[in-house]
Unconditional design. Structure first.
Length: 120
């Protein structure tokens, strides 16, 4: 069952078109119809309200202007099992010692901007 706060994929003409978050579902004047406020996740963000029946909100195909449309609730995938087994967060790598003017690891040379400014 799709509810407020859920992420949905909107498919138009059997092609994935955009993602949206359901912001609000409220009753409409017509019995058994609902006003569904959608935050369309695109740039720039857009808010729109569609008037839909419950089966349409839950994934049944409907038409709008003759175009077939479907809302499919998006469920985040489960993290890989190897990540779930870790009991402690991984330690951050230690910061390498800074070498001013010396050859750094990998043959690169570290240039100090402050040393260059002092020379002028």
């Amino acid at each position: 069952m799709t509810m407020e706060g859920d992420l949905v994929l909107v498919t138009m003409d059997n092609e994935p078109t955009f993602f949206a978050r359901i912001e609000e579902i409220s009753g409409d004047l017509k019995p058994e119809w609902f006003q569904v406020k959608l935050l369309v996740l695109q740039v720039p963000l857009m808010v729109t309200t569609w008037i839909l029946r419950e089966p349409y909100i839950n994934g049944e195909e409907f038409t709008m202007g003759g175009r077939p449309i479907r809302l499919t609730r998006v469920v985040a995938p489960e993290p890989p099992a190897e990540l779930e087994e870790e009991s402690e967060p991984a330690a951050l790598p230690k910061e390498p010692a800074k070498k001013s003017g010396a050859a750094a690891e990998g043959g690169s040379k570290v240039l100090s901007l402050t040393d260059r400014l002092k020379k002028k």
